[in-house]
Each structure stands twice: as C-alpha cells, then as structure tokens.
Design a protein around this ligand. Structure first.
Ligand code: ZN
Length: 236
C-alpha cells in the first residue's frame, strides 16, 4: 500500500492537520487545513474515514463536500463521496454542512456509512480490509484505532503499553504522541510498538516545535522511525 502524508499537525499547529491518503483513494480525517492541500494537488478521494468528531479531524469536510457537489453540477459529473465513521461523527459532519452551507442536499452525492460501533469490528472499503478498536481520547469523546492491511493508524488516543496486541505483527505503525491523559506519551508509543513487533514506526499529530532529537534514544529499536511531514510517502 502507498500512504501519502497530507498533514502531520495537531489542532494547534502551523502544519497541516493530521491526515493521510491510502492508495490515492482513501483519505483518513479531514481537518480545516486539509482541503487546501487536496485542491492544490488536484486530488479528490472518494472514501473518507473519520477517526473521531473533533474539529481538527472533520472541519474541512463542509468545504470539501461543497466543492465536489458543485463540480458535479458544473461538469455534469456524478462523483460520490463515501464517509465512514461512527454514528456520532457522521451526525456532526451533517450538522456542520447544514450550518455552514445552504447549497444542495448532501445526501444527493454523499453516502454515510456508520460502520464504527461497539468495542471492535471490521469492514471493507473497496478492497481494503479495515479492523478497528475503540479507545478513549478525552473524557467526553472516544476515538478508533485501525489496522488497514499491514498498516496501523492511531491518532488522538490515550493508550497504555497493554494496548499493544491490536498492533501485533504490523509492518508499519503510524501513531500520534502528545501530552498524557488525552494523548499517548512518546515513550508509551515506543513500548507498545516494540511489544507488538512493529518494524517501522512513524509519528503523526505531534506538537509544533518537537525536536527530532527526542527520537534518538529509540531509533536503533526499529528498522525505521521518524516524525512524519507533509508530502512524505510510505510504502507498506
Ligand atoms: Zn486531533
């Protein structure tokens, strides 16, 4: 699989909000700074997987969906967008669109798939097999972590080393790190990835000003490890 980094930032960052595109078709999360990157690249992914309903992961959707809908009208196209997430997240997206734009009936070109529910499960997006587990993010919001083929993806999640079994045997893990309680400390991400036997570990959704030197003590533990940046491409 090809994984292209659209953004690696958190909510309060000068970088683009954390988001990746898998195999040029599946976008994961769409924060407010993501659509400008997609429009600049001329890329319009048809499937969008949403980890949780916080603003830095969904606030780009109204303008992205509006653009696709209007392009359909102008160019006589029938491009469909499929949104995959929890029922709560999809409701937030619908409310956001209705609140911010009054053009068109979203359901005419957008399909909603409330596939994330319960503690764990799996589903398919096209030919991609997606397995998920629910995790705590903040006191009020849960998030979901994913295995998509041999890629693991986890953002905005508070994990402990005991959460490692979900990531067992992964080729590549893309994981956030940040201040404890609502996020996972870097040391915990490393311990979890090591116990899971992950080959390559990449960090996303990390704070501005993170010194790459913080990785130095751990670099020898993985085939590859690094802080992701916009435009990075990883092959799993
Ligand atoms: Zn976030």
């Amino acid at each position: 699989m090809k994984v292209e980094v659209i953004g690696s930032g958190n909510a309060f960052t000068s970088r683009v909000n954390a988001s990746v595109i898998i195999d040029d078709t599946l976008l994961v999360d769409c924060g407010p700074t993501v659509p400008a990157r997609l429009f600049g690249k001329g890329v319009f992914p048809g499937d969008i997987l949403l980890t949780h309903p916080h603003g830095d992961h969904v606030l780009g959707l109204p303008v992205y969906l509006l653009k696709v809908g209007i392009d359909n009208l102008i160019h006589g196209r029938d491009t469909r967008i499929r949104l995959w997430g929890s029922e709560r997240t999809l409701r937030v997206v619908e409310d956001l669109y209705r609140t911010t734009y009054d053009w068109g009936n979203l359901r005419d070109w957008v399909e909603l798939y409330p596939v994330l529910s319960g503690k764990a499960g799996h589903f398919k997006i096209g030919r991609l097999e997606v397995t998920y587990e629910r995790r705590r993010h903040t006191a009020f919001t849960d998030t979901y972590v994913f295995r998509i083929g041999n890629l693991g993806y986890a953002t905005d999640v508070s994990e402990t080393p005991e959460d490692y079994p979900f990531y067992r045997g992964l080729n590549v893990l893309i994981h956030e790190f940040g201040p404890p309680s609502d996020h996972t400390p870097l040391k915990t991400v490393v311990e979890m990835a090591l116990r899971a036997g992950v080959d390559r570990l990449y960090l996303i959704h990390y704070p501005d000003g993170t010194d790459p030197e913080v990785l130095r003590p751990y670099l020898h533990l993985f085939d590859e490890m690094g802080l992701l940046r916009e435009g990075d491409v990883i092959h799993t």
